[in-house]
Design a protein around this ligand. Sequence first.
Ligand SMILES: [Zn+2]
Length: 594
Amino acid sequence: MDAVSDASVETVVIKSSSQIGKSEIGLNMVGYHIDQDPAPMMVVLPTERDAESWSKDRFAPMVRDTQCLRGKLSGPKSRDGSNKILHKKFIGGQLTLVGSNAPSGLAMRPIRILLCDEVDRYPASAGAEGDPVNLAKKRTVTFWNRKIIMVSTPTIKGASRIDAAWEKSDKRRYWVPCPSCGEYQTLRWEQVHWEKGGGKKDKESKHLPESARYVCEHCGDIWSDPQRWATIHLGEWRAENPFVDTAGFHLNEIYSPWIKLEKMVREFLAAKEQGEEAMKTFINTSLGEVFEIRGEAPEWERIYNCREEYPIGTVPEGGLFLTAGADIQRDRIEVEVVAWGRSRESWSVDYRVLLGDTAKAGVWNKLSAMLEERFPHARTGAGMIIERMAVDSGYATQEVYAWSRTAPLGRVMPIKGVDKSRFPIQGPSDVEVKIGKRKRKRGAKLWTVCGPVFKAELYGNLRQETPDEAEGEGFPPGYCHFPQYDPEYFKQLTAEQAVTRVKKNGFAVIEWQKTRERNEALDCRVYARAAAEYDLVRLTERVARNKESKLEENAKENNKGNAVKVKPSLTMPEAETDTSSRWADPILSDDPWL
Ligand SMILES: [Zn+2]
């Protein structure tokens, strides 16, 4: 990459996948300046620990193995301290290594050559001093011949530093000629194709990663892995924008001479199976692209039109276990019961509005009754219980805690929603419960649920195409099935959107905002999903088969006794018949969808 030593280029931006030798570029640049053009240099890494390992594991071996460098640096054991781990002197210059989280290190001395590595992993601010990249850049202003190199695997669109810098650059991409037709093109994931085979039932054998190949976008001919590797040597960089002072480079893993397309396809399929977070990692680290949180809500009409015919209150064949999410309001509790299957496929089983003042016992008894209820499984007829119910404690906190103590052990999770967390679910922690006038220090358990993670996953799932059953296609991982609910349910489910907000320090954050007043259905779904997390993570094929045979046994037991328990065993304290008042909202009567 000649731009690094080209005097007309002040800033070099490299946005790329993780395994493409981008750290070697930085290393080579440092080596070049020790040997050919000595200068004060600084290398910034996300943390001081990263800086230490860069020094020991990358820089030291390079010096050891490169003859022209070896003579220019004193040995690591030299007594004058000219070769410390984070500070190295050489003839005509020095090299300082710092962590982006240490403002003192960033503000030290004038620097001509600045390398900022993995900039998307830097904190928004170094201490209280502001953006670490800007702080480091200030060190370079006294040099007319300064050079700034920014390197990173990108992260989320709108919040990615490297992507923002790349957008301002001349955007160079690498063009290679097709071995068949000779037309130049960039290598893109859309052109990686593979075969699909096997039956609809057997999802494992559906995709055939070993058939992965690159398809020329001009002539449609197939390139083998060796052909692709060979053509990379014939390629050239072409800029998309006119050059001002910043040269930007982008590379993905398809350009890697070490990686087979089969491996990439396997990783892609695994990520698709695991959900949104894994897909984000694949897009960032393999494709070197930003991940776009598609925050705009899916069209509720489209999901409504894909409703299915299974009866409300029953569990369709693929459902292996049930969870529920409950949203507490002043005058009612809203509950969704969801069945979960392989590959996070889900079926909404029922949605109920339990009316009653949540400061009084009545409505809570109705919620208890739901824990006793048996929901019939469509294929076996087995009665399935709600294995876990997540209940939001944001409103009526003490009532939720107190009620959770009455529930069967481990089946109720009081939860608290947070917007930011390193984990989708954390806990449980012990919380104090007031019982009458007494307080119990560790009276209940509380889990923390990061709503945005589950909302983003849900919206990704809701956007999936309904497969063409005539074509024998199966449902994609995470697909959400719904029975014949009213439009209001679907409007509430899609009642929020994610927006990118740029903070004062220039760093972008993603926020979820309501677009409609009522969003209880969305909350209930998020809670039910959170309640399923532990079981979904552990749902291997073996566990799934085990659950299926349990359902069959359960069904046999029921037939023997000839008494399928479908009615709740607890008596209702109030005579209201509203427990199944699903979406009986009168304002809907003139809705065109009814
Ligand atoms: Zn071609």
